[in-house]
Write a protein that binds this ligand. Structure first.
Ligand code: ADP
Length: 274
């Protein structure tokens, strides 16, 4: 018999017990949107970077905050090798592809592991939210780490978040974590904008589609939890290649079919808020 895992860990419940939190908006932006999945490796960072670039391309001013302290992706995905300037009190985000960017990876060497306990992670996240000179943005896109831990909790309770987009592959193994993630955000009162089915299928040159990770799982999950299903993104090798090159596909190949999918999704997100 399978035992259902608790929705929130005991440690997390203890942290939340009896506490009231003041939610501070991130200064310098109108809206803060998190990209989350609870599961790692489903394409969350890839989605976050491409959707940020797509929002920029449709005329929004965008920031990208890589909140994955243990596994930052933004330095690689945007090929950023410099350190942000600081006056000792605040840091200036690094602007690349007209996006204002911040990541713990800008402050550490590429292969240095972050061996930090939870409170240090929480403190780093608050620094990124409050001590960075984000300048006149419409959206900050926050790339969340996997799981349902300290970073998610800090954002949900202490930083004003305007919504979260959940990214998943259609595979049951990923969806199991996604469901936990949905319950967590619901419990913490964070609006779920909708779900994205990433790597829904692979299409060969002769037009045949192969559903490598199964079919329809994300859409079914959206229905089960009464959330919006925002759309699907196929497996496109160019997406991975461009990520590795440090120039995501929406920036490098804006006319690619898959870039058009990101652009349509960006329009949907924009009209949700403006
Ligand atoms: P996460 O942030 O969820 O850990 P990543 O964004 O790092 O996931 O993506 C995991 C891997 O999948 C990367 O190698 C990335 O290039 C690849 N990937 C993500 N989305 C797609 C896609 N739609 N098509 C092809 N490869 C993808």
């Amino acid at each position: 018999m399978t035992k259902e895992k608790p929705e929130l860990s005991d440690a997390m419940k203890k942290k939340m017990a009896g506490k009231t939190f003041e939610k501070n908006p991130i200064q310098g932006t109108k809206y803060t949107i998190a990209i989350s999945s609870a599961k790692g490796g489903v394409g969350k960072s890839t989605f976050a970077t491409n959707i940020a670039l797509a929002l920029k391309k449709i005329g929004c001013r965008v920031g990208l905050l890589d909140a994955d302290i243990y596994g930052p992706s933004l330095p690689k995905l945007f090929s950023i090798n410099e350190k942000p300037k600081s006056d000792g009190k605040t840091m200036t985000p690094i602007t690349k592809y007209e996006i204002q960017c911040m990541s713990i990876g800008f402050l550490t060497e590429e292969q240095t592991p972050m061996i930090w306990r939870g409170p240090m992670v929480t403190s780093a996240i608050k620094t990124f939210a409050q001590k960075v000179n984000w300048n006149n943005l419409d959206f900050i896109i926050v790339d969340m780490p996997p799981g349902t831990g300290d970073t998610q909790l800090t954002f949900a309770q202490e930083i004003k978040m305007d919504g979260v987009i959940i990214v998943s592959t259609p595979q049951e193994l990923a969806l199991q974590d996604v469901k936990r993630g949905i319950k967590m955000f619901d419990k913490l009162g964070v609006k779920i904008i909708g779900l994205i089915d990433n790597m829904c299928h692979f299409q060969t040159d002769d037009g045949k589609k192969y559903s490598i990770f199964g079919e329809g799982g994300v859409q079914r999950t959206a229905k089960e939890f009464k959330k919006d299903f925002l759309g699907e993104i196929p497996i496109v090798p160019e997406i991975g290649k461009q990520g590795d090159l440090g120039m995501p596909i929406v920036e490098s190949h804006p006319d690619h079919n898959v870039s058009k999918i990101y652009l349509n999704l960006a329009e949907k997100i924009k009209t949700t808020f403006f």
